[in-house]
Ligand binder design. Structure first.
Ligand SMILES: Cc1cc2nc3c(=O)[nH]c(=O)nc-3n(C[C@H](O)[C@H](O)[C@H](O)COP(=O)(O)OP(=O)(O)OC[C@H]3O[C@@H](n4cnc5c(N)ncnc54)[C@H](O)[C@@H]3O)c2cc1C
Length: 393
């Protein structure tokens, strides 16, 4: 055999796996179709890479089998990755909700991983062409361009379908198909919503405005309190990206636009204390006035609190605490941060990521049916699953 391990895809998961396998003295080749390592790391977190989260927990991952992530996340934790970052003296900070970002640039993380790969003699090939895989009685042979190489173990780390302009490819799903391994249907996740024409026209004057909201779906099983941003095409911002991963086509989303107060009680109190004040003035102290003007009748807004009955307050409160919208669609893979679905986890060992029915074949990272929340969870899955495979491949 030419190699003990060949890893296809030099993203976060592939590089971590290469380091770990090479550390064990394995002869490792990392094959990448683009001209650089870790392209998504470089563009992540607005160029500062949100490389993990202090609050990593299995419940913050979406998969058909919610237990699948437990083993890998417990064996290579956020603290392990933070140790590595500290070892390279990369300065970082917590931005919000446990999210850790580089102080300087995402390139620090790619350079750290490159140095580790160099240290343990990982061989790297960039700009590789289409790869054909043939299973042999023991191991695999791979052909691309004019080269042919053999390996005992093969790790597929080619990610999902998000951001095609960055070279994402369905390669992992094609390999799964070749070996008879099912793939859970994929769809874009952590992605902005587009709106139906009527809502879009009504809300477009708000483009650029953001609000602190609690976003939830029809099922009401999960909610996110973060910022929402109005865009020219629809809705974005962290709360929307998070809820998009749970949204089912044609269903509603619900937004609590006043998460800190019970506006019904507040209006009743205000009515007693300042009956002559206009409703418009009271609401504008809690909500952006542009939003208020767009959503309430001029007549109501110009009414004094004393002239408004409780039933009207109740209707108003319901509207503001359960603002209901039916998105038209998502912006799709073009702007999605991640791909939901992927290689069926029932077919993989949760301890090693090896395919149960194909000895020596592994799938790691985003290619697998595991998707994390926004906030460093996806990189942690890439590190943890790459590490887990690296211990045995
Ligand atoms: C704009 C953006 C920002 C993000 N920011 C964050 C963030 O801050 N924090 C976070 O946790 N997550 C973030 N994510 C998600 C995160 O980038 C991914 O979850 C993570 O990169 C997945 O790692 P991976 O190694 O599985 O796949 P990838 O990083 O996608 O790597 C796959 C690699 O395989 C290569 N490849 C593909 N096909 C082939 C082929 N046929 N042959 C050879 N090579 C191939 C690709 O070129 C690529 O280098 C962001 C995503 C995007 C799009």
């Amino acid at each position: 055999m030419d190699y003990n391990t060949i890893i296809i895809g030099a993203g976060a998961a592939g590089m971590m796996c290469a380091i770990e396998a090479a550390k064990r003295g394995r002869h490792v080749l990392l094959m990448e179709k683009s001209n650089k390592l870790g392209r998504k790391i470089l563009m992540s977190g607005g160029g500062r890479c949100n490389f993990t989260n202090l609050n990593i927990q299995p419940g913050k991952y979406i998969s058909q089998n919610p237990h699948f992530v437990k083993s890998a996340l417990a064996r290579y934790t956020q603290w392990d990755f933070i140790d590595l970052v500290n070892k390279y003296q990369i300065a970082f900070h917590e931005k919000t909700l446990g999210q850790l970002f580089c102080d300087h640039k995402a390139r620090d993380i790619v350079e750290m991983l490159s140095k580790e790969m160099m240290r343990y003699n990982v061989r790297i090939q960039l700009n590789v062409g289409d790869i054909q895989i043939i299973q042999r009685s023991k191991g695999f042979s791979l052909t691309s361009h004019h080269q042919s190489v053999t390996t005992e173990n093969l790790v597929i780390a080619t990610g999902g379908l998000s951001i095609p302009s960055m070279g994402s490819s369905p390669f992992a799903y094609q390999v799964a198909k070749q070996f008879g391994i099912p793939v859970i249907e994929t769809r874009p996740g952590l992605v902005p919503f587009t709106l139906h024409e009527k809502d879009k026209t009504q809300l477009s004057p708000l483009a650029g405005m953001s609000m602190d909201v609690i976003a939830t779906t029809d099922e009401n099983t999960i909610s996110f309190r973060e910022n929402m941003l109005f865009t020219h095409r629809g809705l974005s911002g962290p709360a929307i990206l998070q809820i998009s991963s749970y949204w089912q086509s044609k269903k509603n989303i619900y937004l609590n636009l006043l998460p800190d107060i019970n506006i019904f009680e507040y209006l009743k109190n205000q009515q007693q204390q300042s009956p002559k004040v206009l409703l418009k003035t009271v609401l504008a102290s809690r909500l952006p006035s542009r939003f208020v003007e767009l959503h309430m009748s001029e007549h109501l807004l110009r009414s004094r609190l004393a002239d408004i009955n409780y039933a009207t307050f109740e209707t108003l409160a319901d509207k503001l605490h359960h603002w209901t919208l039916k998105p038209n669609a998502t912006e799709g893979y073009r702007t999605a941060e991640v791909t939901l679905g992927g290689i069926d986890t029932d077919e993989l060992s949760s301890k090693t990521m090896e395919a149960k029915k194909v000895t020596g074949l592994f799938f790691i990272g985003e290619a697998v049916d595991v998707t994390g929340w926004l906030g460093g969870y996806n990189f942690q899955w890439a590190w943890s699953s790459g590490w887990a495979a690296g211990q045995v491949c």
